[in-house]
Design a binder for this molecule. Structure first.
Ligand code: MG
Length: 288
């Protein structure tokens, strides 16, 4: 099943997306139940009743989790070809510079970075002139847990969505720790909705990104260095994962910094990210 958060007639709502029929079934729910948590309010609950069916073209999508309750966990350098392109870019300040990491590199993005499909990524040229895109499969945790063994990790996954881990490369390099370069306002487009875990084949899921219609990233989740069970086992090692936690699992090769010269985002660009089985996340880029 696919669940979306959206604006309809000036009101925030959540509902179930029936993509083939191009409609969303709006749920009968008071907004205080889902204003920040979005569709993760539905975890472990019976589906609310549908009050009306609305054509998808008439709603304005919001991020499926408008304000994640904690920083968004992210994994860096987690596709083989991307690890090579990033290590040779000159902006890699990670300890495993020049090599495939021995353990997952984990950092986070602030919850306030999150925007929905269709909302603009904002670039302030006085802050950064090296803003890059990164298509990523994001895991949504449904069942809390700590010290989760690899064979049990997928029991804790409720669903998946797409994240664009937008990054100011100059700030990422300058500060060594990646948080500032990764957490600029609007730097986490998320969506278009969440797909429940049963609908994704982690061993063979194409992941792609186009900039202005040009295919830049074209890979598959079978190219991950650390697969999703490994990532969840590593992050939950001493940290209690909670319902609604988001884990962005890394980006494949083809980011702007991988080109010579680099091809960064600029105002007027259109990003289009697609993961098979989830959908398409599209955002314009605007200057401040
Ligand atoms: Mg990333």
């Amino acid at each position: 099943m696919k669940f979306a958060a959206f604006n309809w007639n000036g009101f925030k709502s959540i509902g179930r997306v029936l993509e083939t029929e191009k409609v969303v079934e709006r749920f009968e729910l008071p907004i205080e139940n889902y204003e920040n948590d979005g569709v993760t309010f539905l975890i472990d609950r019976e589906l609310p009743s549908c009050v009306e069916t609305i054509p998808l073209e008439k709603i304005t999508l919001l991020a499926p989790i408008p304000r994640p309750s904690r920083n968004i966990f992210c994994v860096g350098k987690n596709y083989h070809e991307h690890a090579k392109e990033f290590s040779s870019s000159g902006f890699d300040s990670s300890a495993s510079k020049g090599t495939v990491p021995k353990s997952p590199i984990v950092f986070s993005k602030l919850p306030e970075t999150v925007i929905g499909s269709g909302q603009p990524v904002l670039i302030d040229k006085n802050v950064s002139d090296a803003v890059d895109y990164e298509v990523e499969l994001a895991v949504i945790i449904g069942k809390p847990g700590k010290n989760i063994s690899r064979d049990k990790t997928l029991d804790h996954v409720w669903g998946f969505t797409i994240v664009n881990d937008v990054t100011a490369r100059d700030l990422q390099g300058q500060h060594s720790q990646w948080l500032i370069g990764k957490s600029q306002d609007t730097f986490c487009p998320m969506g278009p909705w969440v797909v429940t875990a049963d609908e994704i084949n982690l061993n063979d899921t194409p992941i792609k990104c186009w900039i202005n219609g040009e295919l830049r990233q074209d890979s598959n989740t079978n190219q991950l260095i650390f697969d999703i069970p490994e990532i969840i086992a590593a992050i939950s090692n001493g940290i209690t994962l909670k319902k609604g936690d988001v884990i962005a699992t890394g980006t494949p090769a083809g980011v702007g910094i991988g080109f010579k010269p680099p091809r960064y985002l600029k105002p007027g660009d259109q990003t289009r990210l697609e993961i098979k089985g989830i959908g398409v996340l599209e955002n314009p880029v605007k200057g401040l």
